[in-house]
Design a protein around this ligand. Structure first.
Ligand code: NAI
Length: 507
């Protein structure tokens, strides 16, 4: 099998949103590109639309007219596969249907040379299944781009059971030459990104289901730790029909593993046609005149609400996130005693314990306990919950302390691991399972989530920041509270924990 595609003649099949983008990127990198669509005139129309879009960029000085002219010259729109024979690389971006993709590749095998690579841009179908029945299944590979193709850096290079490694390597090298970052994935449901991302949506939907907090609170808390959009607004943007379909596909493909159970909240939205922005209504209301919900304003901190003295409990791994707390409290007139080697993180003032969540609900920890969420130390919206016996004074003091530390505290129901902690722990858990099962490696998982869906950090970077014991502790607390398969700890994390315990008994 050919190992270099650097000068390959490319045939892109399907001139929809993805195919047009792939054709642009390939032509921009200097390849001769045939763009084919079965719908008469569709490939021509896609090229014309690309021209209009890029001329707009030329007018703004963001694209050179010469480069555009050369790029357009390299794209040849066609309505049939009559001239497919000379292609050295086919990238199909047709309808997401297994039979259609199989039929297309079977037809192509009779038209193409034996060295031509057959790549599929499928986002959910098995590469192994697409290759079934072909004469040369080893040349079928996934080349999964993200939308919009010219802007998104990630390409998942997906190998099925029969994909030859030289083919996957050649596709990865080509993606790199096109300015993309290639990450290798084994063909399993959702590949890397669509699999690891499931908990971002699932945990938000579970919290809505349990009436833990309003969606604007969930969104604000996730934005505060660096996500560009909160999970609810993101699902509204993606469309609940699409998001629900992917969740159902991953659930079914995993033989109904409870980990991936779809949400009744989302199925109701889909049933009601409340698909998100595109239908004017989803979790939020986008109809004309609708007022976007905002967080309740916080009253300024009163000096009376602050305790005179606090103890600052610091577990070693959380110290970086607490930098500056002593200074902020002192500036507000609160005496601070540091307890660096504590076995919990947070503040104590008399009976009140204001603890960073270890996963357990506040009520499980004591009568005057408030737990607050994981944070990145940058302030902003922060979820907290209070034990059912917490007094009005404990509540007022706890909130005043969080505000003094730069947070906008958001009270939610007393459920385990609040918002960010449960979501991040579950994203890490999913990534750990993906690595355990050989779907990708650790750097691949980090790169895929940052480049494919703009996460502020990779799952294993969060693991490093929070520490394996804290992440596993949160998962155990969730598992203990809810029981069932959903929050079971990945074997990879258990081994990481044991390994750390043997090499560093303090962790
Ligand atoms: P689209 O509906 O915009 O375009 C599909 C095009 O393929 C249409 O123009 C259609 O006429 C053409 N087509 C259908 N069957 C054909 C056939 N047998 N031969 C030739 N042309 C045919 O779809 P889109 O969104 O571009 O998706 C295409 C593929 O890319 C799907 O497999 C999808 O799962 C995948 N994908 C989509 C992403 C997205 O965000 N839209 C992201 C990543 C992958």
């Amino acid at each position: 099998m050919s190992t270099s595609l650097s000068k390959a003649k490319v045939l892109v099949i399907g001139a929809g949103i993805m195919g047009a983008g792939i054709a642009q990127v390939a032509a921009q990198a200097g390849h001769s590109v045939t763009l084919m669509d079965a719908r008469a005139g569709a490939a021509q129309a896609a090229k014309a639309a690309l021209q209009v879009r890029l001329e707009g960029l030329v007018a703004k000085g963001k694209f050179s007219a010469d480069v555009l002219a050369a790029l357009l010259e390299r794209i040849h729109p066609v309505d049939s596969l009559a001239h497919a024979g000379s292609a050295e690389l086919v990238i199909e971006a047709i309808v997401e249907d297994l039979q259609a993709k199989r039929a297309l590749f079977a037809q192509l095998e009779n038209l193409l040379g034996t060295q031509c690579v057959l790549a599929s841009n499928t986002s959910s179908l098995s590469i192994t299944a697409i290759a079934k029945g072909l004469q040369q299944p080893g040349r079928v590979v996934g080349m999964h781009f993200f939308n919009p193709v010219p802007q998104m850096k990630l390409v998942e290079v997906v190998s099925g059971l029969q994909t030859e490694s030289t083919v996957a390597q050649a596709i990865a090298a080509l993606a790199a030459a096109w300015g993309k970052e290639a990450v290798f994935a084994r063909s399993t449901p959702g590949f890397i990104v669509n699999r690891i991302a499931r908990p971002l949506y699932a945990e938000a939907l579970a919290l809505l289901h349990e009436q833990a907090a309003p969606p604007e609170v969930l969104d604000a808390c996730m934005r505060a730790i660096g996500f560009r959009m909160g999970p609810c607004e993101l699902m509204d943007l993606i469309g609940h029909d699409t998001n629900f379909a992917v969740t159902q596909a991953v659930y079914g493909a995993n033989f109904f593993d409870k980990r991936y159970t779809p949400s009744l909240v989302q199925s109701a939205l889909v049933d009601g046609g409340m698909l998100g922005r595109k239908s004017g209504r989803g979790i939020y209301d986008y109809t004309a005149g609708a007022v976007a919900p905002s967080l309740s304003p916080l009253a300024p901190v009163q000096a009376d609400d602050l305790p005179r003295k606090v103890q600052l409990h610091q577990q070693a791994q959380h110290a970086p996130c607490m930098a500056g707390w002593q200074a902020a409290l002192s500036a507000a007139g609160v005496l601070v005693e540091l307890l660096p080697g504590s076995d919990w993180t947070g503040l104590q003032a008399g009976d009140l314990q204001l603890r960073q969540t270890d996963g357990r609900p506040a009520s499980a920890l004591g009568a005057q306990v408030l737990v607050y969420d994981w944070h990145g130390g940058a302030g902003g919206a922060l979820a907290f919950a209070a034990s059912s016996g917490a007094s009005a004074q404990s509540l007022a003091q706890g909130q005043a302390l969080l505000q003094t530390l730069g947070f906008a505290p958001q009270r939610m129901a007393d459920l385990p691991a609040l918002v960010a902690a449960r979501t991040l722990a579950m994203l890490v858990n999913e990534a750990a399972d993906a690595v355990q099962q050989g779907v990708c490696d650790v750097p691949g998982a980090n790169a895929a989530m940052k480049l494919g869906v703009n996460y502020p950090a990779g799952p294993f970077e969060w693991l490093q920041r929070w520490g394996t014991p804290a992440v596993v502790g949160v998962l155990h607390a969730l598992d203990d509270f809810y029981r069932g398969e959903r929050y079971r700890v990945s074997p990879w994390l258990r081994h990481a924990l044991w390994q750390q315990a043997h090499t560093s008994p303090l962790l």
